[in-house]
Design a protein around this ligand. Sequence first.
Ligand code: RIB
Ligand code: CA
Length: 315
Amino acid sequence: MRADRLPLVIDTDPGVDDAIAILAALAAPALDLRALTVVSGNAALETGVANAGGLLAFAGRDVPVHAGATRPLLRSILRGKYHGPSGMGPLALPPANRAPDPEHAVAFLVRSLREAARPGARRLTICAIGPLTNLALAIAQDPAVVAGIDRIVLMGGGFRTGGNRTPAAEFNILADPHAAAIVLGSGAPIVMAPLDVTQRAMATPARVAKLRALGGRYAVAVADLLDFFDRRDPDRYGSMGGPLHDPCTILYLLQPELFTARSAHVEICHDAGPAFGQTLADWWNLTDREPNAEILVDVDADGFFDRLGALLQAL
Ligand code: RIB
Ligand code: CA
């Protein structure tokens, strides 16, 4: 194993955009994807676990898959809207090459992060691209696991954009705001990829056509996924196409210079009412609370899609 590869775990609710993020991570020599931990979110846990295994078989890679939380900590279950009945849109995945690992995702996270916290061990990077239930449970079980985290790079929240499932709340946070509050309050170094940046990574028809023109099994499959993911709402997004959410976390790890970030203290609204699941950033330090997140607020979208295309060609 190359010593400079980044030890990574992706916590996911696969999911069309999750699939693209996972394929990008598998393609990147700089990333050492140790495991996929699956959480209830876009789809039910068992569907997500099957999709994770099928994606790895599709990519011809052997990475452990750990099943995690079947539901949010407190609120009712909320499902994604744009992933189709299978959770994978039009993509017909092969069956998994191996059964999910018998170790529960939370137990895996606690064990792995404790090991990563030991003197001389390499810290783990966690890409969290679904509801934060698994991570919150691991932190609640043993807050000391935070010492084993290099960074949590999460897709979630919406600041100046408002939400995408309610006027206030983005799906990953809304689906488990109590878990999000635990993670944001954990003291772990956090990079957030909110709707503010993902809605600027628009998979426009021209960008999708460019991916498809690259050819190859994976670029064509991702182009098919993106066609399915098209929101067909140019009034809202400024173009046809769909915001490419989850891959922002992977592309940030690989090429952070594509992104613009701002530090702020972020709190999660989890009281009942219209703000339930909202993410609030104290941009101007009005509360004198130390920043707890680097928030990605802009991206070089053409550079993003060019790099994504190159990764898919390399897979
Ligand atoms: O709001 C976008 C997020 O919700 C993405 O992670 C998508 O996969 C869904 O989980
Ligand atoms: Ca997701």
